[in-house]
Design a protein around this ligand. Sequence first.
Ligand code: HEM
Ligand code: HEM
Length: 371
Amino acid sequence: MDQPLSVRLGAEALGTFLFFFLGFSGIAVAVSFGFEAIGPLGIAAGFGFGLTLAITAFGQLSGGHFNPAVSAGLAVAGRFPGRDVVPYWIAQLVGGFGAVLRSLHFWLSGIFIVTLTLHLLRTFATAAYKAPREGIWLTGVALFTLGGGLLFTGTILKWDQEAFEAFGHNIEIAELLGVFGFLFSPEFTDSVSLLTRTYVAHVSILPLLLAGLVGVHVLLVKRLRISPAPFGTPEEAERREREEPRLPFTTHLARLLYWTLVALGIALVLAALRPTGIGPEGVEGIEITKPPWYFLWLYPLENWFGLRALVVMPALLLAGLAALPFVDRSRERDPRRRRAWMAFGSAVLVLWIFLTIYGFNTIPVSHVGEM
Ligand code: HEM
Ligand code: HEM
């Protein structure tokens, strides 16, 4: 334990990774091949041997805690310096997250799209898209589009059967888009394959654009301040806008951070209980899987109207969202006084839920190549 802190932290992160990786691999086997393939004893052995191996390999360097409660407990008992507790916790979290990275990424992306949609619905219901906040709404719609792009390109990267089919759709959609589809078509360049381009888009271009746009979005909220409670007549809401003191901006950021931490916690629990992996190896030219749940609403539309629906429907949805602040120009903000808009929004939501459930229950059919 006389090692410098950096060595001890590295050992703690690696050890926690090893311990968790071996332990969670047992759960992954149970999820992928059935519980009888490994059984409770096998899973427990994975964790047990994982910890033993980690302590044997790294215990000499860091003390072999590999668990935040152990570091805290030892510090309380006076057997570990208190100032090292937080660095140890961070190293353990990094190692632990690393061990379930793939599942964590899968669950976090689901929580991301659910949160995004709830936030969109909230701002729609309180008419936060109206003047002077049209810019915040428009950057929000762009973020929603980028989110969809990240979900789609992510699905392709797994390169399993589902990915193959998504990839086939990608190519046909590029052809449908004509000149606008060149970036997504295999003919764009021979030197960088379409899969590599998708990878670059997913891990760097789209996340960078997303981060930049979140910055602009949040700065606009800082500048224009968050809208006041929408209830009452337009005059009442406007008086509140002028006179009421608002929460400081840092409060919103703190809330964003709290939610991120809660989401991380939920995703970690889900990643532990339901580890994800890749599906069966892809076979080109067949269509037997369905899209992930967030794209299921498009599935029946594709069945009824063909591949075109995959371009037309999302484009209509996004164009409708972008046009909203310019179409709905009344000063009313109270949802109870905007009955027609609330009914319209609810109808779109119900239709989306219906299409998703319908898509979930239909039998996969082939579309690619039928254009
Ligand atoms: C990564 C995506 C996004 C992030 C991180 C984000 C973040 C935020 C934050 C922190 C606020 C301050 C108010 C609050 O805490 O609720 C806000 C407000 C707002 N957001 Fe987003 N947002 C995102 C996506 C969207 C989307 C998809 C839309 C809608 C299409 C949207 C529309 C708005 C509007 C209109 C406001 C102003 C709310 C008001 O004044 O009441 N945002 N956003
Ligand atoms: C908000 C941002 C992001 C979203 C919504 C997102 C979404 C997704 C989704 C849905 C998948 C498919 C996962 C599965 O079905 O198992 C995926 C896979 C993947 N993502 Fe992301 N992603 C985001 C950011 C990133 C970033 C920043 C990186 C890397 C720097 C990244 C790297 C990857 C890789 C390498 C895969 C393939 C993993 C595998 O084979 O399971 N993603 N992503």
